[in-house]
Design a protein around this ligand. Structure first.
Ligand code: 17E
Ligand code: FE2
Length: 461
């Protein structure tokens, strides 16, 4: 009979080994073999999209990150192998409209593709809103986002509808999803703060009900004066209710639309720059450079946050142009160079303004890289920061509560790729999404199987 090799011999466990096993830390979850992505917030950083971070493990317990390092010892109730892929803090969706999400084609399709036809169609659709309708669509949209690694969302909600049906429904949903999703709501007067006599009252009612952020739309008010007045009134309300502000600002191709300067001046004088966000600002792309240069100085002083929505604005803007056709996307590259906090939003998922989209932040990144000429190595990396750290800054998330570091909440996403360039080339999937220390969703990678070629084909070697 063949003798057992020493490797195969059953052997007793020494006391020392037993003690070490008992002392080994025990975690809820360990993510092994990940490449940790921690992009620095705002401003031209040094990161490149070709950096390939070293392999590390992340141990999680009590909903927090407890340890990070290569080959961590210890056991866990569950282990996820990241297979050498990137591990990122969760994506931040800094601008979406959940109340209108998934209503495309209801009651009709947007034929002109313009913002204004979208507002008209939504004006009809919002007459038939019910709480159940809003909640079902918004939840479906949030699940689409979460499955792709988004765990922080700021949604604008139209509060120029007299019964505030959507707002009340989304306030309920905000609480229902709190265990796995961080949702902020903006009181957004889609038809203008002065577009109808009750709109100021409705917006204030929304704030009393617990809406997180004050919204506005100065470029859509009837007159320039109304627009300016609306900005001042909204800052007063924000102070009164102690809320940040997020304006739909100058979302138009009109180079005379200059409400960004009003927002910036108000924010500067009230010391509210970091709590103020200017979303869209597409007219900034149509300003002449002399004015744009002067404006940039004011923006640096005010330190506002910016949200560009390239996926949507590349389709909504420029509709009145022949050729050359404007892109209608704010000056992302210049704002970034000025060291201002720029984030990127999806804006719409299949609604009257945009009939496509599934909430994937990598789609926005891809569009920004292309339409904003952000193709350099640091520029591509910056676009990823715009849907992670910069978005967190826009939403006012405390730096202690966001990012990959020991002690922070265990919110993270495994992304199929080893570098940011890989993600862009392959549109990397979120293969695992961890929220509050629990695995919320996993999406297996699809792998192409090549069939045996027929005799008429020989593949070159
Ligand atoms: N409303 C608006 O004023 N602008 C937009 N881009 C959307 C809704 C989606
Ligand atoms: Fe918007």
């Amino acid at each position: 009979m063949a003798s057992l090799s020493s490797r195969d011999q059953p052997r007793s466990v020494s006391e020392g080994e037993l003690k070490a096993a008992n002392d080994a830390p025990h975690y809820d979850l360990i993510i092994r073999n990940g490449r940790l992505l921690n992009l620095s917030p705002a401003g031209p950083g040094e990161q490149s999209c070709d950096t390939r971070p070293a392999l590390a493990d992340i141990a999680i317990g009590d909903r927090r990150i407890l340890a990070i390092g290569p080959n961590l010892s210890g056991n866990a109730r569950r282990t996820i192998d990241a297979q050498g892929h990137l591990v990122s803090p969760p994506f931040v969706e800094s601008h979406i409209h959940l109340d209108s999400a998934l209503t495309a084609g209801e009651p009709r399709w947007n034929q002109s593709g313009t913002l204004f036809e979208g507002i008209e169609i939504w004006g009809d659709r919002k007459q038939s809103l019910t709480s159940a309708d809003v909640k079902a669509r918004a939840l479906a949209a949030l699940k689409l986002q979460a499955s792709q690694g988004v765990l922080h969302v700021r949604s604008h909600v139209d509060v120029s509808e007299p019964k505030l049906v959507a707002l009340k429904a989304l306030l309920e949903l905000r609480e229902e999803v709190r265990p796995w999703m961080d949702l902020q709501l903006v009181a957004f007067p889609q038809d203008g703060l002065y577009g109808a006599p009750r709109n100021v009252e409705l917006l204030e009612e929304a704030l009393k009900l617990g809406t997180d952020v004050v919204g506005g739309i100065p470029h859509y008010e009837f007159t320039r004066e109304d627009g300016v007045r609306s900005v001042h009134r909204l800052f007063e309300l924000a102070e009164q209710y102690d809320c940040p502000l997020d304006f739909h600002c100058d979302e138009i191709d009109d180079p005379q639309s200059r409400f960004l300067e009003v927002v910036a001046a108000c924010a500067l004088r009230r010391g509210m720059g970091q709590r103020t966000t200017a979303s869209h600002t597409t007219a900034f792309a149509s300003y002449d450079n002399g004015y744009a240069t002067k404006l940039m100085g004011l923006l640096r002083l005010a330190q506002l946050n910016f949200v560009a929505n390239p996926l949507i604005n590349i389709t909504l803007q420029g509709r009145g142009d022949c050729y050359p056709k404007r892109r209608g996307i704010t000056r992302v590259k210049e704002l970034w160079h000025a060291g201002l906090n720029v984030s990127l939003g999806h804006d719409c998922i299949q609604d009257p303004w945009y009939g496509l989209g599934n909430g994937n932040p990598l789609d926005i990144v891809q569009m920004a890289i292309h339409c904003c000429h952000m193709t350099g190595q640091r520029e591509i990396a910056a676009c990823y920061a715009m849907v992670t750290h910069n978005g967190a800054q826009t939403l006012g998330i405390s730096p202690a509560e966001y990012g990959l570091a020991v002690g922070k909440p265990a919110n993270l996403v495994v992304l199929a790729g080893q570098t940011l360039r890989d993600l862009s080339c392959q549109r990397g999937l979120a293969t695992a999404v961890i929220s509050r220390g629990h695995c919320l969703a996993q999406t297996p990678l699809s792998i192409t199987q090549w069939d045996d070629p027929p005799e008429s084909i020989t593949y070159p070697h």
